[in-house]
Ligand binder design. Structure first.
Ligand code: IVH
Length: 678
């Protein structure tokens, strides 16, 4: 692949992964895979500087999620850290510091550092004005974050006032995290309530902090280590170490393992000590942060891009362990994907007991040649579910090679693997019980219908009992109230609560409804795009039903979805199946109101009426129309006094003349592209 294409591909992937990680607290890939992709992007940009774009993935520090929280600009930006992975990398960092400051070898030896464990949580900024806590924000995109003041107030580690010696205006940075124990307890509760468990403590902490109801946050025992300064109206100290001591005195919690390191040569000892203690700590750390102690040196060094020159993160490798693979099991997901899961003899990996691991797909099993009964090496990179690195040689005879099924283990339908894809899929569609159940589980999930008390467990139970066989049945569950009450584990109160929670969701936003259908490739973001574009349920459904390949609707659909093709095809495929449409209509008949979505108010073409005329050379007419609409404009066919703008393509005829006669604003295609921000 040519570098420009690979670069563009990495940009798309990284922005999707960023969104999943920061925006939804639900990562799509492991940190290691993310780091590798980011590293590749940076290398490409180093070799081909012309590929780098402003605001691209290499400039980004997290993303700004679509937020229900107010946004707030940090007084001093919240940046990230550069990483090294061992002594060699660290020495490189020290040399760079030395070169920048023009230090002699002696000067280099005299540099003092502060070492702090690198907590795998989420960074936040606390603002104090006149010694009162006034605001707490997440990092967001580094420039502005989300206002989570009310939630941070529930943390015992956030003092609400500071003593008299604190500056008038002060920003303090730290890491919010959940201890391993609290994380496991929280996940157990989530699973009991039928809510998808969090993948790792970091996501759990992020999800807990970004709750709209602070009372929920209060019940999640979040902690905070304070470790850095943002803005300060007057200096607090001359060294970072003194700063940490001051923070302690002011009532913040500073990580007790933080140490002042007098000489760079003492660093390996510290690293070894922390590496030894790591798995016994009650919180996940993924490395050590080293900061120059002298704040005047920090100031001279300043920042390069997204990271300070005066600090470095020494990252640890993921934690590993060995155990026996009991059995490879195939799970069938919502879209029919056959996913192999390894059941393991429970083992402690870096302080977390694990009994399952993902094997990703057929090729992965083939590559690693893992078999039932093998001794395997595991690695956990922050997540509860570890990866299998490979088989450990043993003298015991091994079982037979694993044969990946070519039929669905649940419904027996053919399981197909489309050329070029890694995943094998059951072709049973809605005749496959597994897919039906997974779709129902998806439908009631947090980002979709979000029905409290109706989670994975209850859906499986009600499906097996025959109460809920398709989405509309959820809203007819009340018809089974009497038999439901007789079931084990259900009492008057729990049934009443459940039925009330269901009733509350008869009113739903269009975006949640679309997302809830669980159509392949239609995640929250795409669902929102569709909802915003079509506005009402009926509009959307009718457009989907008439969008067949080759039609103008299908082309417009491709443009609305931005990247287009594959996503639009999934929608077309879903709506070309009559039973899907029937199931959707059945669900619709149970819902009271489907809240329509307002046109995007931030669209800078809001309120404008645009006419396209002539031939456009860089995009199709439906695409131009979709783009204009996405930006809030209305597109009409005929030019009148009410037209705000006429876009003149090649060979524009009578409409161009009419626009000139009426004295309307006109632009050519290039002008239109600029206007649309293309
Ligand atoms: S200092 C400008 N200190 O690691 C310096 N960061 O990979 C800002 N982190 O965004 C960060 N423990 O979320 C610092 N003791 C520590 C840290 C720490 C964890 C996180 C923080 C930061 C990320 C960078």
């Amino acid at each position: 692949m040519i570098p420009a294409d690979r670069h563009a591909e990495l940009e798309v992937l990284l922005s999707r992964w960023d969104e999943a990680y920061h925006g939804k607290d639900d990562p799509e890939i492991s940190d290691a895979e993310y780091d590798a992709a980011r590293q590749e992007l940076l290398q490409l940009e180093e070799a081909h500087p012309e590929l780098k774009r402003e605001g691209g993935a290499s400039d980004r520090v997290g993303t700004m999620p679509d937020s229900a929280f107010g946004k707030h600009r940090h007084l001093v930006p919240m940046l990230s850290l550069d990483n090294v992975f061992g002594a060699e990398g660290f020495d490189g960092f020290v040399s760079r510091v030395g070169r920048f400051l023009g230090l002699t070898e002696e000067g280099l030896q005299a540099l003092q550092f502060v070492a702090e464990p690198k907590i795998d949580g989420l960074s936040i900024s606390l603002t104090y004005e006149n010694r009162k806590f006034v605001r707490g924000t997440t990092r967001g995109n580094g420039i502005e974050g989300e206002d989570v003041t009310a939630n941070l107030l529930t943390l015992k580690d956030v003092p609400s006032t500071l003593p008299n010696d604190a500056p008038d205006v002060l920003e303090i940075r730290g890491e919010v995290f959940l201890s391993k124990k609290n994380f496991l307890d929280l996940n157990e509760q989530q699973e009991k309530r039928g809510i998808k468990p969090f993948a790792n403590p970091r996501n759990a902490a992020a999800g807990s902090l970004r709750q709209l109801d602070p009372e929920i946050t209060r019940n999640r025992p979040l902690s905070l280590f304070a470790y850095a300064q943002g803005y300060s109206s007057s200096p607090v100290s001359e060294t970072h170490w003194e700063y940490l001591e001051t923070l302690r005195r002011w009532g913040f919690t500073v990580n007790p393992l933080s140490e002042r390191i007098e000489h760079a040569r003492d660093i390996p000892t510290y690293v070894e000590k922390i590496a030894r203690e790591r798995s016994g700590l009650d919180y996940d750390i993924d490395g050590i942060v080293f900061k120059l102690n002298d704040l005047s040196l920090q100031e001279r060094l300043g920042f390069a891009g997204r990271a300070p020159r005066w600090a470095i993160a020494w990252k640890f490798p993921a934690e590993q362990a060995m155990t026996r693979l009991l059995k490879i099991e195939i799970q069938v997901g919502r879209t029919g994907a056959l996913t192999p899961v390894a059941h393991l003899e429970p083992v402690n990996v870096g302080g977390v007991i694990v009994s399952r691991a993902t094997l990703h797909n057929e090729d992965e099993i083939e590559r690693k040649d893992v078999r039932d009964g093998d001794l395997v090496r595991l690695q956990r990179a922050g997540d509860v579910i570890p990866q299998i690195l490979g088989v450990v040689e043993s003298d015991k005879p091994r079982g037979p090679r694993y044969v990946f099924p070519d039929h669905c283990p649940v419904c027996g339908s053919l399981a197909e693997r489309v050329h070029g894809e890694a995943v094998r899929r059951c072709t049973g569609g809605l005749t496959c019980e597994a897919q039906v159940v997974e779709r129902l589980i998806h439908m009631v999930s947090r980002a979709a219908f979000d029905i409290d008390g109706l989670g994975e467990r209850s859906i499986r139970e009600f499906h097996a009992a025959g109460y809920i066989l398709k989405p509309g049945d959820i809203f007819r569950l009340k018809n089974h109230q009497d038999t439901l009450l007789k079931r084990d584990g259900w009492g008057q109160l729990s049934v009443e609560n459940l039925l009330r929670a269901i009733e509350e969701r008869r009113t739903i936003s269009l975006a949640r409804l679309i997302f809830g259908l669980g159509i392949r490739r239609i995640g929250e973001r795409n669902a929102q795009l569709l909802a915003r574009h079509y506005g009402t349920f009926e509009n959307w459904r009718d457009a989907m039903v008439s969008a067949q390949s080759g039609t103008e609707e299908r082309d417009a659909l491709g443009s609305i979805m931005g990247v287009g093709g594959a996503i639009a095809d999934e929608l077309v495929a879903f709506f070309s199946e009559e039973h899907n449409v029937a199931t959707l209509n059945d669900l619709r008949s149970e819902l009271h109101t489907i809240e329509t979505e307002a046109a995007p108010s931030d669209g800078h073409l809001s309120g404008k009426t645009i006419v396209f005329t002539g031939t456009l050379t860089t995009m199709t007419r439906p695409e131009a129309k979709a783009i204009a609409e996405r930006l809030g404009a209305q597109v009409t066919d005929s030019v009148s006094k009410k037209t705000s703008l006429v876009v003149l393509g090649e060979k524009a005829g009578s409409k161009a003349k009419k626009a000139a006669d009426l004295g309307l604003e006109t632009v050519d295609e290039a002008g239109w592209r600029t206007l649309a921000g293309l």
